[in-house]
Design a protein around this ligand. Sequence first.
Ligand code: SAM
Length: 246
Amino acid sequence: MDGLATLFQRRANQAGLELAGDQIEKFLLFLQALKEWNRKFNLTAINDEEEILVKHFIDSLSCFLGVPSKNYQRIRKIIDVGSGAGFPGIPLKIYQPRFGLTLLEATRKKVEFMGYVSRKLGFKSSVEVIHGRAEEYGRNGDYREKYDLAVSRAVSDLAVLAEYCLPFVKIGGTFISQKGRQVTGEIQKAAKAIEILGGRVNKVIPYKLILRERELERTLVVVDKVERTPDDYPRRPGVVVKRPIS
Ligand code: SAM
């Protein structure tokens, strides 16, 4: 475990992140739980420890590169849409415990796993794990336009994601989509959806992960919420994916 802690600290430092001892401990507990549950349920395709540290933990923390520094102190509430086994939401919460976090996920087993990890890491009421679809919660008044930041990784194309995520964000807040290397075409295709849903692309930030001396290229798409999302959105489950706004 010590070797893993040192490796994680090194990889985090390479990514410009400083982690305290108790944070590293929490990340390693999370890693342990992920491996245990993954033996029984298919939570994530990644099982190798170094890959989990880099491709899941450090990649998730890279979301903070996208938060405009003037907005950082103002963030109180974050929602992670389609968080799967907790990415990027749980790493963000370990790194910055002051945020309230909602983890929204459509698959029950993954919701159970995130509930288990939240209890194990002592998050208590500052983390809410909810089971359901973004299209439904985005219409619920307790969640709609209540968040300073919505994040999402590997859930769908940007046009679909915008309809899942922007309804949750308050005006003045931010939606960050974590993507792979090629995003220009996807952003162009999503331009109309983002505008209709009350967003405006603020910036696109390329970044790199280092895995065994190999560089992996990733991108953040940062969207500001500038206007209210019209009441017609999000549309019903199924429709959003079948007919993305274009
Ligand atoms: N964000 C995690 C990650 O990066 O490891 C999980 C990615 S996984 C490929 C996509 C997840 O999004 C799945 O767990 C799926 O159940 C969830 N999902 C897809 N559409 C959703 C929706 N409309 N509402 C809520 N969750 C959704």
